[in-house]
Design a protein around this ligand. Structure first.
Ligand SMILES: NC(=O)c1ccc[n+]([C@@H]2O[C@H](COP(=O)([O-])OP(=O)(O)OC[C@H]3O[C@@H](n4cnc5c(N)ncnc54)[C@H](OP(=O)(O)O)[C@@H]3O)[C@@H](O)[C@H]2O)c1
Length: 251
């Protein structure tokens, strides 16, 4: 496996992908960034239609697949794999997935498992990196609900949010190495209840709201309550939620 060939990053304009591209550039690599929109350093292509994918993946030694569009990821990954086969490329395929995707009955998570299955049966050398929820996701959830007079959170649900810069570091290391199969799950440095995370968010954002812990029924929240979304591995990301919020725009 070459480690100095072309690295293609799908989703390289997204929350995670931008951090990955920045990390690769810091390491002196110039990845080929797939996007539906033209821009500096980008290769235009669409995973939904297949347009432009052949040119995007041709000759790649690594394809780091971080694109997502909920509801479309399985078909998109199948299109990506078809393009790889058509061009006769044999890249190391690295795919980003979600910790506990197979144990939490959320539609989006089922799609991630189906994507993993496509990858493991692709005949290509592969690595699957599962990660916990990103700090950005929790920030977005709290932003959306912060107009309410109370901040409602599901009771007894814990998260171990990870910073995309820590995940990008891991992915860059994987991209420079041999295919690893299922890499150890990556989570953030702290496991906190949703109520504790809400308290941190309110404090850093300077908002005053009571946090309302709500007992939410249903299989999805039961999955989260079971801790299936937590990364058991001892190697964790380093950047905490407070540190992330301290750097996030608007703080
Ligand atoms: N968010 C989380 O908490 C979390 C946790 C664990 C794992 N993950 C996984 O991490 C990965 C990245 O997630 P993210 O939150 O960083 O995603 P995101 O910010 O929503 O970015 C989505 C990316 O996908 C690209 N994309 C979407 N549809 C496309 C299409 N048809 N063709 C080409 N590109 C397309 C977009 O590129 P353009 O718009 O430029 O075309 C964009 O760069 C995903 O696999 C996700 O499941 C996320």
């Amino acid at each position: 496996m070459t480690t100095d060939g072309t690295i293609v990053v799908t989703g390289g304009t997204g929350t995670l992908g931008r951090a990955v591209v920045a990390r690769l550039r810091d390491a002196g690599r110039e990845p080929r960034v797939l996007s539906r929109r033209a821009g500096p350093g980008r290769t235009v292509g669409d995973l939904d239609t297949g347009a432009g994918l052949d040119d995007a993946v041709r000759g790649a030694s690594v394809v780091l697949h971080a694109a997502t569009r909920p509801g479309h990821d399985v078909a998109a990954t199948a299109n990506l794999l078809r393009a790889v086969r058509r061009t006769g490329s044999h890249p190391h395929l690295i795919v980003v997935s979600i910790v506990g995707a197979d144990r939490i009955s959320l539609g989006y998570y089922r799609q991630k498992v189906a994507v993993e299955d496509l990858v493991t049966s692709s005949g290509l050398p592969w690595t699957i990196q599962r990660a916990t929820q990103f700090h950005d996701l929790l920030d977005t959830i709290f932003c959306y609900t912060s107009w309410l007079p109370v901040l409602p959170v599901p009771a007894d649900v814990r998260f171990q949010p990870v910073d995309v810069r820590d995940l990008a570091e891991r992915l860059a290391t994987l991209a420079a190495g041999k295919p690893a199969g299922r890499a150890p799950d990556l989570g953030g440095p702290e496991v906190l209840s949703m109520g504790e995370l809400a308290g941190v968010w309110l404090a850093v954002r300077g908002r005053r709201r009571p946090v309302l812990r709500v007992r939410v029924p249903g299989a999805v929240v039961r999955g989260f309550r079971s801790g299936a979304n937590l990364a058991a591995h001892r190697e964790r990301g380093r950047i905490t939620f407070v540190e992330f919020l301290g750097r996030a725009p608007g703080t």
